[in-house]
Design a binder for this molecule. Structure first.
Ligand code: AMP
Length: 379
């Protein structure tokens, strides 16, 4: 089956075609690409998808797309698993836009455009927060007045769920543990970063919240912050509107604010050449992460593994080492030599006498979306 995986943003479309012929576990990438500048150089999503379809003509050699899988950021508490898209589903994704104002409207445009470009081809929505739907109420609720929750849907939703789910499955398999019996901690560290506590193969808790701003210190996002900072500053400075504050916390904070650069490579290099701001940024980022790891170890009743994934988690051995140094109290020890090996396959980077294994597992959200799409279409 040829599956087109689409990740549609407000101004860009990232796509990949995967051939799931034979084993669903072993999908092959046939083509991939990125179309940018929608709304400026390219008028709209329909034209962007027409360009994509043209780009795909040659690599597809006349074969047709059998199914389309869309990454959808916010499924609220309505969608807890991937679904076949129909008018009703599309409307619900649109209705959830207040919870993901940058993403869901773009997904709706992408789905409509795909319907025009590929009429009759089944389309599946794979929700970024679906994996987190198993969080119990005492974990996902905030201690604020009830009507925030009932009227506005204010609760923890989490994000990166497709990645956390995929990596959980690979980790359990790699360790030879039945997924249903697996307790672990998954650190998805990319430009956006989140950590998930997995209990019995399911999400118990995750660091992102109502929006993807919460939790860890990220490339340009603050992560956890005392909410009074916002109200106090906004009361003091009338120029700090909610929109401005939102922009500052999402785009001008994190590593960028402290170290002056949001790319982990550059920040590590700066630290190694003696830059104090870079050192502070890395101390803050690794400290926050280690604190979450300790908390989640308790939350799941003892994790059987700690897993690093995504851009930083997979590639930055110096950052992993900084985190590892803070985990001594848990008996977790990284092996410097194993930690320095770069691999496309899952690997262990802890010592033999580490209390639990520490793994690096490459994530693959497109593959996970393609697999979920095939499953929904086949059922
Ligand atoms: P992602 O969002 O998962 O694509 O991750 C992107 C981030 O990964 C970038 O902003 C970099 O900070 C980080 N990254 C990618 N490659 C490396 C590398 N070789 N060393 C350190 N950080 C890296």
């Amino acid at each position: 089956m040829l599956v087109l995986v689409i990740n549609c943003g407000s101004s860009s479309v990232k796509y990949q075609v995967r051939d799931t012929e034979g084993s669903i576990e072993d999908t092959q990438v046939i083509a991939k690409g990125l179309i940018e500048n929608i709304g400026t150089k390219i008028p709209n999503h329909t034209e962007a998808l027409e360009i994509m379809a043209k780009n795909l003509e040659e690599p597809l050699h006349g074969k047709t797309i059998d199914a389309i899988g869309h990454r959808v950021v916010q499924g609220g508490d309505i969608f807890t698993e991937p679904v076949l898209i129909d008018e009703d589903v599309l409307q619900k994704i649109d209705d959830l836009s207040p919870l993901a104002p940058l993403h869901n409207p773009a997904h709706v445009l992408g789905i409509k455009a795909a319907t025009e470009t590929y009429p009759g081809v089944p389309q599946v929505a794979v929700f970024d927060n679906a994996f987190h739907s198993t969080m119990p109420e005492h974990v996902y609720r905030y201690a604020v007045p009830e009507k925030f929750y009932t009227d506005y849907g204010v609760r923890r939703y989490g994000a990166h769920g497709t990645s956390h789910d995929y990596v959980t499955g690979i980790a359990a398999e790699f360790l030879g543990i039945n997924r249903d019996d697996f307790n672990g901690i998954i650190a998805h560290l990319g430009n956006g970063a989140s950590i998930t506590a997995v209990q019995g193969g399911k999400c118990l808790d995750t660091s992102m919240g109502y929006t993807p701003l919460a939790g860890l210190v990220m490339g340009t996002r603050s992560g956890d912050i005392d909410p009074s900072v916002l109200t106090a500053l906004m009361m003091r400075d009338p120029e700090l509107t909610p929109a401005k504050m939102d922009h500052i916390l999402n785009k001008e904070s994190g590593l960028l604010a402290i170290a002056g650069n949001n790319d982990m490579r550059a920040v590590v290099e700066a630290m190694e050449s003696g830059d104090e701001r870079a050192k502070l940024a890395l101390d803050m980022t690794s400290y926050r992460l280690a604190k979450y790891i300790g908390g989640y170890h308790v939350a799941v009743g003892g994790a059987q593994a700690l897993v690093f994934t995504a851009g930083i988690g997979e590639n930055s051995s110096p950052f992993r080492a900084l985190v590892g140094e803070r985990l001594g109290a848990l008996g977790i020890k990284l092996d410097p030599e194993l930690n320095s090996v770069r691999s496309d396959a899952p690997q262990i980077i802890s010592t033999e006498d580490s209390a639990i294994p520490v793994l690096v597992i490459p994530t693959n959200e497109e593959k996970a979306i393609a697999e979920a799409t095939v499953e929904v279409v086949n059922s």
